[in-house]
Design a protein around this ligand. Structure first.
Ligand code: NAD
Length: 307
């Protein structure tokens, strides 16, 4: 099958590309290397990588010519911190270009648009824990969250009465190999790297803030399963398990047999206190469930980081 992957050189995108190639698909991949890396795509297969914005005139005309059946849209300005510093940049990559892409796909033979939204930001500080898809009691606290939530609405309205159906997946905190250990998000990679180098990880705030950590392969299986369903889908993809940053640091400390305790610094502005997603709907509609527990996943990250 002919498939488009935007953001294919990124952390999640590269795992998706790898799986789709194993299944024998033909891929047209776009990445502008805002955060993506060429070394994430060092494998063979039937793909072409276009080093450009997916929303450029040239890219859109390549998409028209390619005539895909499915588009996995993962490209994004993916940093909450950058979105606060430069909302215009965020809205350019996370709203304006996606609208161009949608417009092109709606006027093509493409049947499915799969989008990675953000369950950790679109619900703001959620009132209900675990948070369901319909919990809109609060607003996002960052331009990144605003753009993700807006694009969800834009996808729904633009695809109405067209041949393009959508799967919008609200991902929780994804972790796994290839996640940048020197970035500002991706705490499993960052802490693991610190312990590996005999350094103390930094926790912002008191460490009691919670997150829902899902392993990247579990996200890939949800993305692929959702692409095969004709109906429109709006689903949370997380584990439903709440883990505090202190608990995570403690588990990693044990795994790395370290005696180093974290360093505590001032809480970062706008950080949520609790975040965990109710995945009941995805379990049912996708016949999917997470296969990796946090210890299995942390081990995969460790093996990847280890020289
Ligand atoms: N990692 C998480 O925990 C998480 C959680 C929720 C949602 N998401 C979403 O999943 C997707 C993938 O995230 P990731 O963690 O792999 O991030 P990432 O930064 O590794 O991947 C994003 C990729 O998109 C590329 N890109 C950005 N703008 C582009 C543009 N205009 N044209 C072409 N390429 C462009 C980047 O270079 C990068 O390779 C993103 O949409 C992100 O918002 C991630």
């Amino acid at each position: 099958m002919k498939i488009i992957v935007t953001g294919g050189a990124g952390f999640i995108g590269s795992h998706l590309v790898e799986s789709l190639l194993k299944d024998g698909h033909e891929l047209l991949i776009f990445d502008n290397f805002l955060t993506g890396k060429k070394e994430n795509l060092l494998f063979d297969g039937n793909f072409r990588l276009v080093e450009d914005n997916f929303g450029s005139k040239d890219s859109l005309s390549l998409i028209e010519d390619f005539d895909p059946e499915v588009c996995f849209h993962l490209a994004a300005q993916s940093s909450v911190v950058v979105s606060v510093q430069d909302p215009r940049l965020d809205f350019e990559h996370n709203i304006l270009q996606p609208v161009q892409l949608l417009n092109t796909l709606i006027n093509s033979n493409c049947k499915k648009f799969v989008f990675t939204s953000s369950g950790g930001t679109i619900f703001g500080e959620p009132k209900n824990i675990p948070t369901t898809e319909s919990d809109y009691s609060n607003e996002p606290a960052s331009p990144y969250g605003v753009a993700k939530k807006k694009l969800n609405e834009i996808i729904k309205i633009m695809t109405l009465n067209t041949n393009l159906s959508y799967s919008i997946l609200n991902l929780s905190n994804v972790y796994g190999p290839r996640q940048d250990p020197n970035g500002e998000a991706g705490v499993v990679s960052i802490f693991s790297n610190k312990y590996l180098n005999g350094e103390r990880p930094v926790i912002y705030g008191n460490g009691e803030q919670t997150r829902d950590y899902i392993f990247v392969q579990d996200v890939i299986s949800a993305l692929i399963k959702s692409s095969k369903i004709d109906d429109d889908l709006f689903l949370n993809i997380g584990t439903g398990i709440e883990t505090s940053v202190n608990e995570l640091a403690e588990s990693l400390k044990t795994q790395f047999s370290s005696n180093l305790n974290p360093v505590y610094q001032d809480a970062r502005e706008g950080e949520l206190q609790r975040s965990v997603l109710d995945n009941t709907k995805a379990r049912k509609l996708l016949n999917w469930e997470p296969q990796y527990d946090l210890n299995d996943g942390m081990l995969e990250v460790r093996n990847w980081l280890k020289p």
